[in-house]
Design a protein around this ligand. Sequence first.
Ligand code: MLT
Ligand code: MN
Ligand code: ZN
Length: 304
Amino acid sequence: MLIHILGSGAGGGFPQWNCNCHNCRGVRTGTIKAAARTQSSIAISANGEDWVLFNASPDIRAQLESFPVLQPGRTIRDTAIRAILLVDAQIDHTTGLLLLREHTAPWDIYCTRAVHDDLTSGYPIFNILGHFRGVNWHEILTDESNFFIPGIEGLVFTAVPLKSEAPPYSPHRHNTVPGDNIGVRVENTASGKNLFYAPGLGSMEPHILPYMQEADCLLVDGTLWQNDEMIEAGISNKLGSEMGHLDQSGKGGIIDIMSDLGKPRKILIHINNTNPILVDDSPERQTLNKAGVEVSHDGMQIKL
Ligand code: MLT
Ligand code: MN
Ligand code: ZN
C-alpha cells in the first residue's frame, strides 16, 4: 500500500497566517532551515488508483493539486478519492469537506458516532453537505473490530479509541467519550504490513501499546515538543495536555514511548508551527534523529 502525506502540519499549518513565532517568521523570511507544511491529512491506496482520504483539511484544494494521482481526469468531473475517513471532528480535519461539495455523488464518509454528532450539531458540515449531494455516513465502531471500505480492495481497517480533546463546539469538549478521537490501523493484506496512524494522541493508554509494537510504521502525534510550548511562545495559556496532545520531550512523552519500540518505522505527523523539530538543524531535531524518529513533510510517501 502507498501512504501519501498530503499535510504534515497541525491546525493552522506552517506558517500560520497570523503568527510571528520564531518558526513562522523564520520560514516566511527564509531565515531558518524549514519547509512550510499544510494541515493534517493523508491518503492511502493499495492499488495506486483508488484512495481513502484520511481527514479533509482546509488546505485540501492545494493538497489535491500537489498530488495529481488524486485527479485522474477519466471523466468530465472525477476524483480518485473513493471514501473519506475522519479521526475526529476538529476544524483542521473536517473543513475540507466543504471544499469537496462539488462531488457528483454523495460522499462515503467513515467516522464514529461522536464525530457524526458534532458534524450534525455544533459544526453541522454534514447538514450543509445535505444541500449538495449529501453524505453516506458509515459508522466506525470503537470496539476495535475490523472493517472494510468498498472500492478499496486489499486494505483492512481497525479503529482504536484514543484520549485526546473533543473540539470546542462539542458537548463533550472536556469530558470526552470513546469515539471523539480515534487512531487507525491499516493493514495491507497482500504484504501483511500495517500502519498505525494517530495524529491526536493525548494519553498513552494500555490498549494502544500493542498496536504500536506490532506496527510496521507509525504516524503519530507530533504536535508539540514540550507541554508548555504554546505558553512559552506567548501564544496561548494552554498546555499540550489540555489540548489533547502528548508532547515529545517530557517524561512518558512520545520519544520515551517510541524508544521502547523495536519494530516500527517511527514518524511524527500533525506538527504544530511552534515545534522546534520543524527546523531541520535544530538540537531538538538532532535528538529525534538519535532516537530514530522521523519528522514527516508534505509529499512524503511510505510503501508498506
Ligand atoms: C488540534 O488538534 O488540537 C487542532 O489542530 C486544533 C485546531 O485545529 O484548532
Ligand atoms: Mn488538529
Ligand atoms: Zn507560529
